[in-house]
Every structure is written in structure tokens, then in C-alpha cells.
Design a protein around this ligand. Structure first.
Ligand SMILES: Cc1ncc(COP(=O)(O)O)c(C=O)c1O
Length: 449
């Protein structure tokens, strides 16, 4: 990792030498209550709107207006294969082959669809490994999958760490002798630590090996900003005989990913955060090539996943398209996809490698400035190694409440607050500047006073 001399340079100097600085002007920045452009540091929650989005969506509105149903075949970008326009670019962002990638649905829906195929518990191998405190939707999705397969929580059982296994018959409660330890393995940081140690994750996988059916972790944890060693976790999971999937909500468009090379089984992500495709935007899915032609995998099917050659023969027998496309259910939401196309074009131009390089410098600068604040209430819980994080830093402010966050907001910072005492900030290399980062640290310093 290149080290930067943050001490002796002004933010304006970094910005003047930033080759990616030109991309800032491609985005709309929201105005604060004072009518100024705020310091937007919440790309980890909702990415900014690329200025080209409007033209991309207007093109589809125009084609719909003038062509009606004919747009499926005769729109400037025909709607029937529209999702294919996104595949190559999306695949490059997550380090996948095109056959392994598809853009469809939203994140939690996709996690469920993938678990239907890849969480296949047996009597002896049935556990799911997740992070304790994973994003709530992931927890709910996993718990409901467990229930769907007959593993049920008894009232009060969670508190004791035991659940009832009702695997054979989802309706009847199993006799007490069937009590087993929780089918959910939740990975927690060590006492007094905020993030997980890779060695501890690998040790758990090794120890619980034979009983693990699925490991499903975030690529980057939404709360702490910790990026996991997906390559090592996947290798350990496979050695144990488990399937390994990742929720890339906070990783896609944030860090460099190699889903194919790391041999990950499946992944899903959203595109409203770092991928700037707008609120509720359509999500993405990765299914490793080795599963592409396994047509026996159980799946919830829909007509858009059916063989393209015979889809419109409207026959009764489902024949999945090989690869990730075979998991599609419905015809694609064109207006949403148009917004995503506008954003992916920008990513293509900027390049993930260049973005990662700038990101390391920008976040490194933020970390440096926070370290210069002489106030022992603040600490950064995100790991400091650049391979263990993306652009987000989660700042713990001991004893603070939401008032501090409200104060920085009044000064024009758009960040976010997570209970009980964390401010998350994410300087995004596509549109944030070194001046933004400097401005934020000055405002934080002032508000802490
Ligand atoms: C890590 C993670 N998982 C799941 C979700 C839920 O996403 P969706 O509402 O698109 O299903 C989010 C949303 O922010 C998230 O950050």
C-alpha cells in the first residue's frame, strides 16, 4: 500500500492532483437547509443521482409514448433483452463472468431466491453462519428460511441459546430429545472489540465444519464498515463442505471484488448505495459458473428464467437458462434499469481499480484527520487496514447521543447515525473530494467542542 504524506499537504492540493475529480460534476448534490451544497457522505446509504439518469429514463418514456408495446422489440434499446445491456458492466464490478451475473429484483428477494437453491439442509448439516448484528433484513431472511425448513424458535428458547428442531415435520413440535444447539451460528467480535477477526471466523468454520450448510456474510459489514476476507472464508467454507454466499450491499461499487476467482457460490447486492441507481433500485445476483448448468438445483421459477428460444411458446415445462439468468422471475423493470445503466456507464469510464486507489487515499485522509482531533471520546471502529475496509468509516463517539449528529447536520454534513453512538461517513471516490473530508473533520471538531 502506497503511503501518503497527509500531514504536509492541503486538501486543495490533493483535489488538484485527483484525476477522478472530474466525475464529481457528473452528479447532482442535494442542497442543505441553507441552500448550499452540503457535504454528502452517505453514498453508503443512497448514492447520488448521476446527471445522465434523466436522459436515460426519458429515452424509455419516449419509446413507451411513441411505440407502446412495440417497444419490446423496437425501442432504441429493445426492452425484451434490456437487462442484458447491464450484465457485462455489472459482472466487471463484482469480478464475475457475464454468465454468472444478472440484474433483477431487490436484495432481500434475491437472498431468498438464492437460499431456496443453496440452503439445502440435511439431518446432519443444517446450520447457517451469519454475523451477529447482520443487517436486520438478512437476519429476518435467514431466520425465516430456517423456519421454512422446519427449524423453529420456541418462546424463550432464543434467550437460552437453544432452538427446537422440527426438521421432519414442520407442523408438529419435535420431542425434547430432538433439541439441538441453535441452527444459527452468529459470529461475534471478541469481548471489548468491535469487529471480527478473520482467524476467529475461520476457526468457527473449522470447528463447526460438518454441521454447516451455509455461510452467509456481508462482504462489508453495514455497521462497522469491515470488509471480510471473502477469499479465505470461501476456501474455509468449501473445505468444511459448506456453501458460501455474500451479501454485497456495502461492497459492490465500493471495493474490488473477485467473486469468480474466489470461487464464491452466490452473492446478491443492491444498486442504490455505491452503484447510484436511485431509491429502491434493481439489485444484482451472482451464481458461480460451476452451478450454471446444474439444472437440478431447486429454485423458485418464473417465465423470465426460462430458455429464451422457447419462452414465447408459452409451454408448461420450465427449462432454466443456464447461469444466473435462470434465476429471473419477471420481465425487467425498464425505468429502473435505465437509471442503473446511466450509473454503470460512469463506473465503466472511471474503472474500479482507479476508484479503489482513490478511495484508499480519501478514506486514509479522513482517518488521518480524525486521528488529529484531540478528543478521547471519539474512536474509529472500522479496521484501519485498507484491505479490511472500503470507503466507510464508522466513528464511535463515547457518551454522545443523536444531538451531535443533528449538530453536524445543521452545519451541512449529510451523514448517518446508528444507535447507540456511531456516525457513519463514507467518502465516495466517484464524487467526494478531499475538501469534503477536510470540511467534515473541521465541523466534527467544532461540534465536539
Ligand atoms: C447489508 C444489507 N442487506 C440487506 C438490505 C436490504 O435491502 P433491500 O431493502 O433492497 O432488500 C440492506 C439495505 O440497506 C443492507 O444494507
Amino acid at each position: 500500500m502506497k503511503s501518503f504524506d497527509f500531514k504536509n499537504a492541503a486538501p486543495t492540493e490533493f483535489d488538484a492532483n485527483d484525476e477522478l475529480g472530474v466525475f464529481r460534476n457528473r452528479f447532482h448534490f442535494p442542497k442543505t437547509v441553507n441552500g448550499d451544497e452540503g457535504i454528502y457522505l452517505t453514498g453508503n446509504s443512497l448514492g447520488l443521482q448521476p446527471k445522465t439518469v434523466r436522459a436515460y429514463i426519458e429515452q424509455e418514456l419516449k419509446d413507451w409514448e411513441t411505440l407502446g408495446v412495440e417497444g419490446h422489440l423496437h425501442a432504441k434499446n429493445p426492452w425484451l433483452p434490456y437487462h442484458e445491456l447491464l450484465t457485462g458492466q455489472m459482472a466487471r464490478i463484482v469480478g464475475a463472468q457475464p454468465v454468472e451475473t444478472v440484474v433483477m429484483n431487490s436484495l432481500t428477494t434475491n437472498l431468498h431466491l438464492l437460499m431456496v437453491s443453496f440452503y439445502r439442509p440435511s439431518d446432519s448439516r443444517y446450520k447457517i453462519v451469519i454475523e451477529k448484528g447482520a443487517f436486520p433484513s438478512d437476519q429476518y431472511a435467514v431466520e425465516s428460511q430456517l423456519k421454512f425448513h422446519g427449524y423453529r424458535s420456541e418462546p424463550g428458547a432464543v434467550a437460552t441459546g437453544f432452538r427446537t428442531l422440527v426438521n421432519k415435520n414442520p407442523v408438529a413440535l419435535a420431542p425434547c430429545s430432538d433439541r439441538i444447539t441453535d441452527p444459527l451460528i452468529e459470529l461475534s467480535p471478541r469481548e471489548g472489540e468491535s469487529t471480527l477477526r478473520t482467524d476467529d471466523i475461520l476457526e468457527t468454520i473449522d470447528r463447526e465444519g460438518d454441521s454447516i450448510a451455509l455461510i452467509l456474510l456481508g462482504g462489508v459489514n453495514y455497521y462497522t464498515g469491515q470488509a471480510f476476507d471473502m477469499k479465505a472464508i470461501t476456501a474455509a467454507g468449501h473445505k468444511a463442505g459448506a456453501i458460501v454466499g455474500f451479501d454485497l450491499a456495502h461492497a459492490a461499487g465500493n471495493i474490488e471484488l473477485r467473486m469468480h476467482d474466489w470461487s464464491v457460490d452466490f452473492a446478491a447486492w443492491c444498486s442504490y448505495k455505491y452503484l447510484n441507481a436511485g431509491p429502491g433500485a434493481v439489485g444484482g445476483v451472482f451464481v458461480h459458473e460451476r452451478h450454471a448448468n446444474n439444472l437440478d438445483l431447486p429454485r423458485f421459477a418464473g417465465w423470465w428464467g426460462h430458455d429464451k428460444e422457447t419462452r414465447f411458446q408459452m409451454g408448461p415445462n420450465f427449462k432454466p437458462i443456464p447461469g444466473a439468468e435462470g434465476w429471473q422471475l419477471s420481465n425487467p423493470p425498464i425505468l429502473q434499469m435505465a437509471a442503473l445503466r446511466a450509473s454503470l456507464e460512469i463506473f465503466e469510464e472511471a474503472g474500479m481499480k482507479n476508484l479503489t486507489e482513490k478511495s484508499r487515499k480519501l478514506t486514509g485522509y479522513l482517518e488521518f484527520l480524525l486521528g488529529e482531533i484531540d478528543d478521547n471520546r471519539i474512536s474509529v471502529i472500522t479496521p484501519s487496514g485498507p484491505n479490511q475496509r472500503g470507503c466507510q468509516l464508522s466513528i464511535r463517539v463515547k457518551g454522545a447521543n443523536k444531538t451531535l449528529y443533528q449538530q453536524i447536520s445543521t452545519h451541512g454534513v449529510i451523514a448517518d447515525w446508528r444507535e447507540p453512538d456511531v456516525i457513519r461517513v463514507a467518502p465516495v471516490p466517484l464524487y467526494n473530494s478531499f475538501a469534503d473530508v477536510y470540511g467534515f473533520s473541521e465541523i466534527l471538531k467544532e461540534c465536539l467542542r
